[in-house]
Design a protein around this ligand. Structure first.
Ligand code: SF4
Length: 368
């Protein structure tokens, strides 16, 4: 299959591993910030093929995982209102809130539905004008344009019964927060290719200049990821800190201009708490004042109050690359995909779920 088979080619993988071996002379820690990349790395064991000088750590690249508990609680509260239909992607239904999850709310009688697109939720609202349809929107800049399109359409149709809980988040502030943290150990980043397909690469330039770390925009297949690591390692060894684009078959410097225009029209960047990373300046997207009528939080007059994570869950450390999932004492014991204690064990993109499903249950060795 074009654009897949050649990026899973074993000979190419071995050649890149050898290239990286020939490049590195000292230890380097590199973080990917995309749940899809994390799953490829863990599923194919790419981290175990690399020379011992390279440590890959997994960042806050799973949008479900970084959605704070108070937003889950808010969605549950809304779902329980009479005449309301709460819609979201399937993963969100199993993420624990402070007392229950959306599945529990559904079992208790709330109308909670799984949709595959915000446009499905919009269609529900159009067909059932007597019900309030709320879409719980999560995701990075990758999925935000589809939410923006749904809101834009709702405004065009003047739909009075459609609204959105906007829980979209932005990648660059997360990278800045990790690099600003006193316990940071990340020296280079693989940025998510799909985010940059939308946003381009311009937002990363100030980060490499300020923090002097390389950022390589990278794809999602094994060869992509190893090329990204090779490019990042070469920069580190040469003392360079630049934005480079491994995923040039999809990413243009300016991204997708139509999608960016739509995002800028519908959303505005705001400060918001991320699970595991505290409040990030400009780290999230809220509906702009122009589309305030479609903001569920404003429409229903709710105020999300910060909720602390359960102490047993070490998701904050996992999401900052300080802990590998098997190093969490609850991993595969009291926390499993069937009974998750935290979001990284729920989501298909979560690092804890990635290790569990790959059968990598033993505690990982300490970072080299
Ligand atoms: S294994 Fe479970 S409890 Fe531990 S960090 Fe992951 S989600 Fe949280």
């Amino acid at each position: 299959m074009k654009f897949v088979d050649e990026f899973r080619d074993a000979a190419a993988v071995h050649a890149l591993i050898q290239q990286i071996r020939n490049t590195v002379t000292q230890p380097w820690t590199i973080m990917e910030v995309c749940g899809g990349q994390t799953h490829t790395i863990v599923r194919y064991g790419l981290d175990e093929l690399l020379p011992r000088e390279i440590t890959l750590v997994h960042g806050p690249g799973c949008p479900v995982c970084v959605t704070p508990i108070e937003m889950i609680d808010l969605a549950i509260e809304l779902a329980k209102l009479p005449r309301t239909i709460l819609c979201s992607f399937g993963d969100m239904l199993r993420v624990p809130g402070s007392a229950c999850d959306l599945f529990d709310a559904r079992a208790a009688g709330a109308d909670v539905r799984v949709v595959y697109s915000p446009l499905d939720a919009l269609e529900l609202a159009r067909r059932d004008p007597m019900r309030e349809v709320v879409f719980f929107a999560v995701g990075f800049e990758t999925t935000a344009p589809t939410t923006a399109m749904a809101v834009h359409q709702a405004a065009r149709l003047a739909l009075p019964n459609f609204s959105v809980i906007a829980a979209h988040v932005r990648v660059p502030p997360a990278i800045a927060a990790i690099l600003s943290s006193p316990d940071n150990r990340v020296q280079g980043f693989l940025a998510a290719g799909h985010v940059c397909t939308i946003m381009g690469i311009g937002e990363y330039q100030p980060l490499v200049e300020k923090f002097r770390v390389p950022i390589v925009v990278t794809g999602f297949e094994p060869v992509d990821l190893l090329q990204g690591v090779a490019m990042c390692a070469a920069q580190l060894e040469q003392g360079r800190a630049e934005v480079e684009n491994q995923y040039s078959r999809s990413v243009r410097n300016d991204g997708n201009l139509a999608a960016r225009r739509l995002l800028a029209d519908v959303f505005t960047p705001v400060d918001r708490r991320w699970r595991g990373l505290d409040t990030l300046s400009q780290g999230a997207l809220a509906l702009s004042d122009r589309y305030a009528a479609f903001d569920a939080v404003r429409r229903f007059g709710l105020t999300p109050a910060p909720v602390h994570e359960p102490l047993e869950c070490r998701a904050g450390e996992v999401l900052r690359g300080l802990l590998k999932p098997p190093q969490c004492p609850a991993f595969a014991t009291s926390c499993t995909p069937q009974h998750p204690l935290g979001a990284p064990m729920v989501s298909a993109e979560g690092a804890c779920a990635a290790y569990f499903h790959a059968g990598r249950l033993a505690a990982a060795p300490e970072a080299k």
